[in-house]
Design a binder for this molecule. Structure first.
Ligand code: IMP
Ligand code: MG
Length: 194
């Protein structure tokens, strides 16, 4: 069993809000240093939104923001498809794909090849979380936040059936528990309200 696996019934906090802030400050500094003339940051909907919002505000160079959406890879579909394309033209510009987590790498590899066809000056990948143990296709990651092991994670953009995205922390979830009840962690993670 991996060290960050959840305890029964209690999600295990992997990253506190303060730790996430520190990671984002480090990534923003590295990206600001790499792109003194700015870059186009491309958020992958919807999981990257909280991360992207904090990242751009911590960067100290001019950035543009755009979004893409894709269908997740499933064994049935056998491929990833584009659901929402960029509005901006990235030809000749430095583009950075911003992801919540790179897991199998299939989404990121697909997005990178899509973007490369548009003749940008460069394409880089920035991800808050990197789960290398699950990689199916190799992906070069230029800016990586934290590495996580095999457990499913929720919070700070990462969801289970649309829930938990707005948590300030990131926790490892017990998938058996969530499969039985997707709201299982709502009381403990959102409190009782008093
Ligand atoms: P990949 O194509 O397998 O690398 O992963 C693509 C997407 O799957 C990520 O951008 C996430 O939206 C989602 N994902 C992968 N692992 C997790 C997780 O542990 N929690 C929530 N979403 C995840
Ligand atoms: Mg995602």
């Amino acid at each position: 069993m991996s060290s960050d696996s959840p305890d029964r019934g209690e999600p295990r906090v992997l990253l506190t809000a303060a730790q996430i802030d520190e990671i984002i400050a480090r990534l923003a500094a590295a990206m600001s240093a790499r792109y003194p003339d700015g870059a186009v940051l491309i958020g992958v909907l919807r999981g990257s939104v909280p991360f992207l919002a904090d990242l751009v505000r911590a960067m100290t160079v001019p950035v543009s923001v755009d979004f893409m959406a894709i269908t997740p890879y499933t064994p049935d579909s056998g491929r990833v498809r584009l659901l929402k394309d960029l509005d901006l033209d990235i030809a000749g510009r430095d583009a950075v794909i911003v992801e919540d987590i790179v897991d199998t790498g299939l989404s990121t590899a697909f997005l990178r090849s899509e973007l490369e066809r548009r003749r940008p000056r460069s394409v880089a990948v920035c991800t808050l979380l990197d789960r290398r143990v699950r990689r199916v296709v190799p992906v070069e990651i230029d800016f990586a936040g934290a590495e996580v092991s095999d457990s499913f994670v929720i919070g700070f953009g990462l969801d289970h059936e649309g829930r938990y995205r707005n948590l300030r922390l990131i926790a490892a979830a017990d998938m058996e528990l969530l499969a039985a009840d997707p709201d299982a962690y709502v009381p403990v993670l959102y409190g009782s309200g008093d």
